[in-house]
Write a protein that binds this ligand. Sequence first.
Ligand code: ZN
Length: 496
Amino acid sequence: MSHRVLLAALFHETHTFLTSSTPLSAFQQRSGEQLFETRGDGSPLAGVLKVADEADWSVIPIIDLRATPGGIVEDSVFDHFWSTFEMVGGPLLSRGEIDGIYLVLHGAMVTQSLPDVEGELISRIRQLSGAESIPICGILDLHGNISQQTIEQTQGLIAYRNNPHTDACETAERAARLLDRILTTGKQPVSVWGQPPVMWPPTGTGTADDPMRTLELMSREIENAHADIAAVNVMGGFAFADTPDTGVSFAAVTFGDAEFARAEVQRLVEWSIEHQADGNKIDRPLTECLSEIRDDVEAGRTPVIVVEPADNIGGGAPGDTTELLRYLLAEQFTNSVCVINDPESVSQLSDRAIGDRVGLSIGARNSSAFCQPVAAECELVSRSDGRFDLEDINSHLASMCGVHINMGPCAVVKSGHVSILLTSKKTPPFDLGQLRSQGIIPEHCSVIGVKAAVAHRRAYDPITGTTYTVGTAGPCSSDVTTFPWMKIRKPIYPLS
Ligand SMILES: [Zn+2]
């Protein structure tokens, strides 16, 4: 008889310092059989379903809720998720009709009442009748702020190893194979957890550079040296969340001696403390980089990619800060481009003819605490419905959204030599299809403004002439000491 597995997904990275909250309407929702629509779309759900089909599981799909990173999630979102999970899964579990549970989680979701949504979810599942010892496996984003209760109440939550997250689908497959191994052999592994008093901004969590690079290598060595250890997680954490669990953490899944695995995790904890300063990557102010950018453009070292972590859409920022746009408009480099999320400007252009000249007040709709809108005389170049498919199915964006992306109605305008792509839904700049679908050829640009921290690199590194990661004013500043911390555990590096 095939194994019966409950499948559910709850995916949000919550920036708790933003003033706006994230309501249920901001979430893309799938229920029941709709989860099967993700087959083949490069998302983590697609990865699970691939293994489920190969292993002939009988999957009971419950719910998939996911949203772009943003402010604190309203309680109604988790209430809705949990009541659906309990309604569908509860009776099946209590009748003994379920063999395993697979969860697709981000790991950094915070609601108005719950600082550790994932830990609460797993505790509630464990309290359901018949679920006390059901194996729970699944995946975590590398940016989860992961608590002991999340890890140690589950059998195998496996984290992405790459940032940019090019391995989301593959990680989901690996975790599904682990669950299949448990179901087939009847042997349950144990998960152990460890946490240093360390937090790094997103700019410090790229896996091409230290400290993450070495931590990932050490983890692979542990897995390779000890056949009993099925997985070792390195969690970079998500720093823009004021919770007790925020920051770096580690976990190991072992079929062998739990204390041995715990000691290996402790080695990672100690290494991360010794090298904590390497992960505190703070950006040079844009103003300090201006003359170098100018030199690069003049020398043809283009496109110059100017990365703004402070307005990192993938970290919850609104994607509408204007400091860089203001600079590009002043400089007027030929073929420079900036993307600004500005639904009001798009709607203002909705009944204008292509070629019309319109005075716009651009940006700062949701970042007025940090910057002002930019007034510019613009020519309308094009309009679209803002839909595109990823050029790269292993794009970081696929880990969040699958391959079909919707930026909402869009317009491209030009102010002098600067092209501005105006979107209606903030869209992380992790795939070149975003620009190309709107008639902008990234390879031909002189300067491209990118509102990201690290996750854009898979898309942009291959075409980059030179790159600058610059400090601007915005809600995702890499200097985490500037936030008003209240709930985080202390002491924690780099807070004093
Ligand atoms: Zn992430």
